[in-house]
Design a protein around this ligand. Structure first.
Ligand SMILES: Nc1ncnc2c1ncn2[C@@H]1O[C@H](COP(=O)(O)OP(=O)(O)OP(=O)(O)O)[C@@H](O)[C@H]1O
Ligand SMILES: [Mg+2]
Length: 203
């Protein structure tokens, strides 16, 4: 179980959210929506260890994980709303993939990633291709949880549904808990076992 306990975060002295509580059981797909600018992406960055909360605790299996794990192999992987913000633009895809672990032909095929892309730089892919590559990289680290922040918004409907079908399968088979953050209510209704409203999670 992933639990956020009364976490708070502030930007330039102003609280963005406080007393935020969240529980994500393994294998569950939770759909989170909420107003633009309310702090969903910031919360996802806190949960996945990119930034530290000003207060509160994040626990995985009952143990605090704040400051205890490295980013690359973090058990809570964030699929970024803007994938280009998270990867080193001067590294080729092959090198970016090496960080994550052994490759997986099944996942490459399911995510429709072509092996020739590996000799390219990130800016030599389309936004949707880069997002699928980032998803591969996250999955290769065998995460316990995936935080998908508008992860499929730039994909066409067919690719989007195919990708979610894969993620739901992995959630079930590997017990990966997924937090799907999106403004697309129709999508969240189709994929989630539970829906949450960000404004109700925190003060
Ligand atoms: N690095 C930063 N420094 C200062 N303020 C920031 C920073 N990143 C985000 N913010 C501000 O924090 C607030 C929350 O942003 P966040 O990206 O978490 O919202 P969101 O709920 O994900 O919005 P959206 O639905 O549009 O993706 C916004 O007011 C934003 O302008
Ligand atoms: Mg956001």
């Amino acid at each position: 179980m992933l639990q956020a306990k009364k976490i708070g975060y502030r930007n330039s002295g102003k609280w963005l959210f406080r007393n935020l509580d969240l529980q994500l059981p393994p294998g569950e797909v939770v759909g989170l929506s909420g107003k633009s600018g309310s702090g969903k992406t910031t919360m996802a960055k806190v949960l996945s260890g990119y930034i530290q909360p000003a207060e509160g605790l994040i626990e995985l299996g009952g143990e605090s994980i704040v400051k205890t794990v490295t980013k690359v192999a973090h058990p809570i992987q964030l699929i970024w709303q803007h994938p280009e913000q998270t990867i080193n633009p001067t590294w080729k895809l092959s090198k970016l993939l090496e960080e994550a672990g052994a490759s997986d032909d099944y996942l490459m095929e399911q995510l429709q990633i072509e092996s020739q892309w590996l000799s390219r730089y990130p800016h030599e892919l389309s936004a949707g291709q880069l997002q699928r590559f980032c998803l591969l990289r996250a999955l290769l680290t065998n995460p316990s949880y995936l935080l998908a922040d508008e992860a499929t918004a730039m994909l066409d409907t067919v690719t989007q549904l195919k990708l979610w079908k894969l993620l739901l399968k992995l959630a079930e088979e590997r017990g990966i808990g997924i937090l799907a953050i999106s403004h697309d209510s129709y999508l969240l209704d189709r994929i989630s076992t539970r829906r949450l409203d960000f404004s109700k999670l925190a003060d």
